[in-house]
Unconditional design. Structure first.
Length: 79
């Protein structure tokens, strides 16, 4: 569905590898809303799909930072 169909839906871009960018995004959200009814995280580290054994330590950390750490960070700031 087009987001226009959801009157109060917002899309906000931020760099999920940057705590400063995530902090700015959460402050923007909190300045506009006092209550967050639904929060959808749509994040993914862009890269090739590959077996875990093919990840380097650095690429695995990037994957965790985007897909786990960033989601936890943003959720905690908005609660």
């Amino acid at each position: 569905k087009d987001l226009k169909e959801f009157n109060d839906c917002k899309v906000l871009e931020c760099d999920l590898e940057s705590p400063e960018s995530m902090a700015r995004a959460t402050l923007t959200i909190l300045s506009q809303k006092k209550h967050i009814g639904t929060l959808i995280h749509c994040a993914e580290r862009i890269g090739p799909m590959q077996p875990m054994t093919k990840f380097t330590a650095a690429s695995f950390k990037e994957c965790l930072d985007v897909n786990l750490v960033a989601v936890d960070y943003i959720t905690r700031r908005l609660l």
